[in-house]
Design a protein around this ligand. Sequence first.
Ligand code: ADE
Length: 251
Amino acid sequence: MQPLWRVSSTSTYPAVVINIITLFPGMFRGVFEESMIARACANNIVDIRMTALRDFGLGPHRVVDDSPYGGGGGMIIKPEPMAAAIESLPRRGRVILTTPRGALFRQDDALRLSREQVITILCGHYEGVDERVSELFVDEELSIGDYVLTGGEIPAMAMIDAIVRLVPGVLGKDTAITGDSHYNGLLEHPHYTRPTEFRGLSVPCVLMSGNHKDIQSWRERMALEKTREARPDLLKRTLAGKGSSGKEPKE
Ligand code: ADE
């Protein structure tokens, strides 16, 4: 089956294919058609393929959800439509389910997933997805934070944005991802641009000194200070050598 819509439609195979299975494909249009992601797709670096879960719903009403066994409120996405949607994909690669129950998605995960050729993101909705979908198809369950959204679409957009900007060729040559917040487990140092003075506040002299060594050490010091202030948890983890994934570093 053809995807419902694709952001790019060139015939040569792109570096990365991202399949999205969702009940609400329209939610993605604005974000994917007017951003760095749109450019990556236009340049055939990334291809985003949208599959509407509703197309795989059961019966004339295309039912995709049902009440939970054991009682409780809310509705659960049924396994049959999700399985059929996944099995309709020619290549599914690594399959990810967005859920608040998942492991926290961090910069390391974005980098790791930017190196996959094909990713499939299943957007959870309602109270969740029947557990058997996870057991049969899902490689990893990911969350974007310790709060509950109404569905997995916004988390999928956030993850895709973080992943796609790390695919080689997507950002301009002048944009160094090595300076990003979270790249080395710290938050980024502050930035300044012209004018040198704004409403009584000046740009730190060191940044205008032309001394690259001094600038670098100022930036390192400020990054540490910012991280200590805003994210002491992150600093602790970084000093313990766990990087930005929260997982132990690999040998
Ligand atoms: N679905 C609802 N809330 C979510 C979250 N925080 N992360 C990922 N998927 C979600």
